[in-house]
Write a protein that binds this ligand. Structure first.
Ligand code: ADP
Ligand code: NA
Length: 330
């Protein structure tokens, strides 16, 4: 096709996706499959940068694929695949490792944060080179754009730098991609700490609304969300980060603008907003949970979707890797 190409990925760890994953990334994947030649991967190679139980990893990879289908990815409209099914990712990553500076990689803030939390002895070299594997993931598919959340911006910048470096050293080989980040939902915050992003690896699950949470559980998390000591329901990122985060989630899930919500809740307390948002989330999550369950209960369909995805992805990946190897002198 002559449609522009997109590539993005999501880790299969922690079992369930959270609201940040959906609102920041997966929601735009669903839209982009209508207008783009779209490649989406469950990035299980990335998952083993921290220790994983093999059985659990295998199950959560399938669960991730089921959730992506439940969220609206259509295998007729996009290519959905599992990263480890395509050996070219690791092969191109080696080449890119040899084009990336040690200092350059050392400046990646996600690595600095994660490794600081884990300590030097528990931190793997894989975690350090994770952004370079991501460079390979993106460049293999000659992606024009990469739909992600704000936390990935620096990694996409690295991808651009390394692509340009390869192209200028060896001659034009790779499309230089740009990040595709939704403004309103670029960063959904943790409900317990509205200055930190909602994350699969959060210290406490209380601030993270999983898409597979029972309605009771997500309602409890939303009702105990940390807010300020005021009473006014108003979007103000600086003074009211907690309330602003709730408004953004509410607005995106319902399609009601934030100013309209401010009007609707004028004179009402935070409790009213939280109670209604809990219902909004429960209403969104119920069919999502059901569809995910249906895909999990039909392993043959899931396997065949992923096998077809791998076949389509492999064609593109093999062609790009062959061109890159040739340029390098292999
Ligand atoms: P996590 O960061 O929770 O471990 P991943 O690294 O698998 O999840 O990220 C998958 C996608 O979800 C990425 O595009 C990432 O930018 C996006 N994303 C993750 N957390 C958030 C968030 N809190 N707000 C917006 N987007 C997010
Ligand atoms: Na992330």
């Amino acid at each position: 096709t002559d449609r522009p190409r997109v590539l993005s990925g999501i880790q299969p760890t922690a079992g369930s996706f959270h609201l940040g994953n959906y609102l920041g990334a997966v929601r735009q994947w669903v839209d982009l499959q209508e207008t783009h030649d779209a490649f989406y991967a469950v990035v299980d190679l990335h998952a083993i940068t921290i220790p994983q139980d093999p059985k659990e990893l295998r199950a959560s990879t399938r669960l991730a694929a089921a959730q992506l289908l439940a969220a609206g990815l259509d295998p007729e409209r996009c290519t959905l695949f599992v990263q480890s099914h395509i050996p070219e990712h690791a092969q191109l990553a080696w080449v890119m490792n040899c084009l990336t500076g040690f200092g350059e990689a050392s400046r990646m803030t996600q690595f600095k944060d994660k490794s600081a939390r884990q300590g030097a002895e528990a931190t793997t070299v894989g975690l350090f080179t994770y952004p370079v594997l991501q460079v390979a993931d993106i460049l293999l598919y000659q992606a024009d754009s990469v739909p992600v959340g704000e936390d990935q911006r620096q990694h996409i910048e690295l991808t651009r730098d390394v692509a340009e470096r390869f192209n200028s050293r060896y001659g034009h080989t790779f499309t230089v991609p740009s990040a595709h980040i939704l403004k309103e939902t670029a960063k959904i915050y943790d409900l317990q700490d509205p200055t930190a992003k909602m994350s699969k690896s959060a210290a406490s699950p209380k601030g993270v609304v999983s898409l597979l949470d029972e309605p009771k559980v997500s309602a409890k998390k939303i009702k105990s969300a940390v807010t300020d000591t005021g009473t006014e329901i108003r979007y103000d990122e600086k003074e009211k980060p907690g309330i602003s985060n709730l408004l953004v989630i509410y607005s995106t899930l319902t399609g009601t603008g934030v100013p309209e919500l401010e009007q609707q809740y004028a004179g009402k307390g935070y409790g009213a907003l939280k109670t209604d948002l809990a219902e909004v989330v429960a209403a969104w999550v119920a069919p999502f949970r059901e569809r995910t369950q249906e895909y999990l209960e039909d392993p043959e369909t899931l396997d065949s979707v992923l096998a077809r995805g791998a076949e389509k992805a492999r064609k593109v990946a093999a062609e790009t890797l062959a061109a890159a190897y040739d340029k390098v002198g292999f």
